[in-house]
Design a protein around this ligand. Structure first.
Ligand code: AHR
Length: 607
């Protein structure tokens, strides 16, 4: 093979090309990046978030203990736990439990009140009740709600820990919290250091947050439990933040909120790029804003966000930032208006946001957005609209097959250089496999070649907890004490760490050759490939045992094969329809055990 490079014909590449798409999906925040170890710390879980939830989700109680739903800490946190003398409550955290590691220090805190002086015993044990830390004591709980804190030093390591609080005397408790002290960069109310460290290793140049569909779904009625994402709900003291139904079907505490996102971006050396709702949703069928007064409130909230990020410390919202510990402005430069929008109401609502931001903050770069169809083709109307509006960038999203990425390397070669620039805000080839990783790597060569018009690009989604999966594939997989980067993660790291500043024209001359057909590996679930159908499917586990023999029409859905014991062995799907007689089931993952990252082999006849 031979590569000819023409140095006289080069284009500059955006300095911020490689960054992050972060969404609170797959429990990316609570039970993930947010280092809080207690699940349902405020007893606010509700069937409104998830039919299986109740105020004692993740808790087990003993003796005189009950949740009261009125008269609590504040309006955002009405429910609390009432313990009688000797009553206790244990929290099981996420996944297999609360993960603690010998030698690390954990900060326990609780808001409590007691009519008569009481004390609390704080124990961290394994699931069998064996202590993994010396019990700690909160002494003299007395009077109205106050915050009490005590440190817990772990002497043993466990991934299935329990935090148990026992009341010696009657007491009311709320916001029961256990945090590792060594969060990422030592931030208070901070992030899990292993996950944040892996993210930092990607050397991201921007952080787009907080989603994704969680941004623009839900009700614009402020009293609804399914409120559309409003950044104001997520700032200030954690005990005063609302909890909310997350579009992906769980409770989001907002403990990881806008301040923490800006702080994280700063700690990463990345540009913070918030995305706000514009009163309409491209995801599902949430109510839309048609009332101009209601729309204006959300426009004002958007302007207030810019003040929160960039305003002086004595401005209304800048002072909230300053009180939280960051008097200096964060220096936000971009704002995303809407996520993946294409509905009629978007075209009606967007101008109010765009015009208000442009007028008040001409220095901010405005990102409009677009949908794409299943083939990744751009909805022309969104681009025309963005041009008319004078948006600086358009955010486009696509999740496609490896073949699509391989055959669309030239997608941006003829893009209009005069109009809005491109933000590839979400993209992924549809599996965590070598094949998809290679397809993405190949595609990124085309992205770099067009780095003069593509300013920003981010793989999506970033994070998934293996026991709370809403979407696959994902870049980083984790449970309560481990984290694994997919092959796609390695691709991102490789490109970001070796980002160029100029793309020179080049030509490759090579003999044909054949693609290696047996590409397997990775973790997480594969997704669908609607391009082919299959018959006579046989699935063989890593140990050679037959796990399933059945007919299967691909494209209908994923399904869960069962092992010899009848238990589910994993969620999986065929990834590559191009193989004629056999293929690999990529990413089968045991759901029976906690973290069996193995793959399975599939034999099938293509029809
Ligand atoms: O990344 C997962 C989802 O894909 C996002 O929430 C949404 O923007 C897109 O449809």
């Amino acid at each position: 093979a031979r590569i000819d490079v023409d140095l006289s014909d080069s284009k500059s590449i955006s300095e911020r090309l490689y960054g992050l798409f972060y969404e609170d999906i797959n429990h990316a925040a609570d039970g993930g990046l947010y280092a809080e170890l207690v699940q349902n710390r405020s007893f606010e879980f509700s069937p409104a978030d998830n039919a299986s939830y109740h105020p004692l989700t993740a808790w087990s109680v003993d003796g005189d203990a009950s949740v009261q739903d009125q008269g609590g800490l504040n309006g955002a946190n009405p429910s609390f736990l009432r313990l009688g003398a000797g009553g206790s409550a244990s929290n099981a955290g996420y996944n297999t439990g609360i993960a603690v590691e010998a030698g690390r220090t954990y900060d326990f805190s609780v808001w409590a009140r007691a009519d008569r002086s009481a004390s609390l015993t704080v124990a961290v044990t394994d699931a069998g009740g064996n202590p993994v830390a010396a019990p700690a004591e909160v002494r003299a709980v007395n009077g109205d709600w106050q915050k009490y804190e005590v440190a817990v030093a772990a002497e043993e390591t466990t991934a299935d820990g329990r935090l148990t609080v026992t009341a010696n005397g009657a007491a009311d408790l709320d916001v029961v919290s256990l945090f590792p002290r060594d969060t990422f960069m030592g931030r208070e109310n901070g992030l899990r250091s292993d996950l944040a460290g892996m993210i930092a290793d990607l050397e991201p140049s921007f952080l787009r947050f907080p989603g994704g569909c969680i941004v623009n779904t839900g009700s614009y009625d402020r009293d609804s439990r399914e409120r559309a994402y409003n950044w104001k709900d997520t700032v200030g003291p954690v005990e005063e933040r609302l909890v909310n139904h997350n579009f992906w079907g769980y409770n989001q505490s907002y403990g990881l909120g806008y301040y923490e996102y800006f702080q994280f971006a700063e700690d990463l050396g990345a540009e913070a790029i918030p995305v706000v709702p514009v009163g309409v949703t491209g995801c599902g069928d949430s109510p839309e804003i048609t009332d101009p007064d209601q729309l204006q409130t959300w426009v004002d909230d958007t302007l207030d966000l810019i003040e929160f990020a960039n305003g002086p410390a004595d401005s209304e919202w800048g002072s909230v930032r300053a009180e939280m510990g960051h008097p200096e402005p964060f220096g936000m430069e971009y704002i995303g208006l809407g996520n993946e929008e294409y509905k009629e109401q978007f075209y009606a609502n967007y101008p109010a946001f765009h015009d208000a931001v442009r007028e008040a903050h001409p220095e901010i770069r405005i990102i409009a957005n677009s949908g794409t169809d299943d083939e990744g083709a751009v909805f022309d109307r969104s681009w025309e609209f963005a041009r008319e509006q004078g948006a600086d960038l358009v955010d486009e999203h696509y999740y496609n097959s490896p073949e699509w990425f391989l055959s669309n390397n030239d997608r941006y070669d003829d893009y209009d250089r005069e109009g809005p620039h491109v933000f590839i805000g979400e993209y992924a080839s549809q599996s965590n496999t070598w094949r998809s990783g290679l397809a993405e790597a190949s595609y990124l060569t085309g992205v770099e070649r067009n780095g003069d018009v593509i300013d920003l690009a981010s793989y999506a989604p970033l994070l998934s907890n293996i026991d709370y999966i809403d979407w696959t594939p994902d870049m980083i997989w984790f449970d309560n004490d481990e984290a694994v980067g997919s092959v796609n993660y390695e691709v991102q790291k490789l490109f970001a760490a070796n980002a160029g500043d100029e793309a020179a024209a080049s030509t490759l001359t090579a003999d044909g050759g054949t693609a290696a057909p047996d590409i397997r590996g990775g973790v997480g679930l594969g997704t669908w490939n609607t391009a082919a159908t299959y018959d006579n499917v046989k699935v063989t586990g890593a140990d050679g045992a037959t796990l399933l023999e059945d007919d299967f029409t691909e494209g209908a859905d994923q399904w869960t094969p069962t092992g010899p014991d009848g238990e589910p062995v994993g969620d999986w799907s065929v990834v590559d329809g191009a193989y004629t007689q056999s293929a690999i089931v990529e990413n089968a993952r045991s759901t029976a055990g906690s973290a069996d990252w193995s793959n399975y082999t599939i034999e099938l006849d293509a029809t």
